[in-house]
Design a protein around this ligand. Structure first.
Ligand code: UFG
Length: 315
């Protein structure tokens, strides 16, 4: 297929683009490099440096779009909500209108567990009420709602994948954020010497060891789900799937696994809670397993950390 990957110079987008090229698809990456890296665009993909409002020409002759380009920092979204609404919703609406104009009727969208907010189930289901607690989650939910509307009114075929905590690396493709807020890369930066210690944000949560519990999914497994989703896009329908492992690990457990993998003592310092962090976020991914046949293969936590460490340290 001929595929446009927006945000394909970013972490998840570049891994998906790489897997699409490996699967024999003709891939064009569209990215404005506001947070991505040109050298993350995989060999074999065409690269267009442009933002979503300029996607028009790149859509010519495409069979489908995989849409990753977005602002994705929860904390920043609280400080600068306008930026998030403009980029994430405004940018996506421009893309959807351009797709409509060019007759491109299929999209796979990078959504998030942040659309759910505080969970009501031990394992979050797609049917649970979406009640985001920050502008990042609100803008992603707004896009999901637009996709449902355009599926009904315009015959668009859409699949949204709601990611839980994506981590790990795929060969040389790894997380490289200028502002790194995520736990695993921050812990590993202590082992490389780039940071002195890891900050643990709160030890007084109602969890077994008092630290937050999250559901980590390997970026290679997550990326593979996008190829399955592409095959499941049905015009006139919007399907939504969670993507996680169904198992939770606490912050302390993650730090311990990083110590085992790196052999570094990784000093930690307990700090206050980070605003807006729910105690536990764990997915049910039964739906994507049952309907798309997705299965996590590299999602054991030591594998995720080992792959991230190998890409970061060159070991
Ligand atoms: N944490 C620390 N120290 C750090 C970084 C994180 O203790 O240096 C803790 C956080 O407080 C949290 C856990 O580690 O309890 C995981 O934090 P991350 O920032 O790695 O991930 P989040 O769970 O906050 O966020 C992820 C995605 C978001 C998405 C969210 C869904 O990165 O994009 O899941 O709820 F919105």
């Amino acid at each position: 297929m001929r595929l446009l990957v927006t945000g394909g110079a970013g972490y998840v987008g570049s891994v998906v683009a790489a897997q699409l090229v490996e699967a024999g698809h003709e891939v064009t990456v569209l990215d404005d490099l506001s947070t991505g890296h040109a050298d993350a665009v995989p060999d074999g993909a065409r690269f267009v440096r442009a933002d979503l409002a300029e996607a028009h020409d790149a859509l010519d002759g495409q069979d489908a779009v995989l849409h990753f380009a977005a602002k994705s920092l929860v904390g920043e979204s609280v400080e600068k909500p306008e930026l998030y609404w403009r980029h994430n919703l405004g940018g996506t609406l421009a893309l959807l209108e351009a797709m409509h104009g060019k007759g491109v009727r299929r999209i796979v969208f990078s959504s998030t567990a942040a659309t759910y907010g505080e969970p009501i189930s031990p394992q979050i289901l797609e049917s649970d009420p979406p009640r985001p607690t920050n502008p990042y989650g609100e803008t992603k939910l707004a896009v999901d709602m637009a996709l449902t509307a355009f599926a009904g009114l315009r015959g668009l075929g859409a699949v949204s994948l709601r990611y839980f905590n994506v981590a790990g690396a795929y060969g040389r493709f790894r997380e490289r954020h200028a502002i790194e807020t995520h736990l695993i890369p921050n812990v590993l930066k202590v082992a490389t010497g780039e940071r002195e210690e890891v900050q643990v944000f709160g030890t007084d949560y109602p969890t077994p060891d008092g630290t937050c519990v999250r559901d980590y999914v390997h970026v290679a497994d997550l990326a593979r789900a996008h190829l399955l989703a592409l095959g499941a896009v049905t015009e006139g329908e919007h399907k939504i799937y969670n993507l996680g492992s169904g198992t939770g690990f606490s912050v302390k457990e993650v730090v311990d696994v990083c110590r085992e993998v790196t052999g570094h003592p990784i000093p930690e310092k307990v700090g206050p809670r980070r605003t807006g962090d729910p105690a536990v976020l764990v997915a049910s991914s039964d739906k994507i397993q049952a309907e798309l046949g997705w299965k996590a293969e590299r999602t054991a936590l030591p594998t995720i950390v080992a792959d991230a460490w190998a890409a970061l340290s060159g070991k």
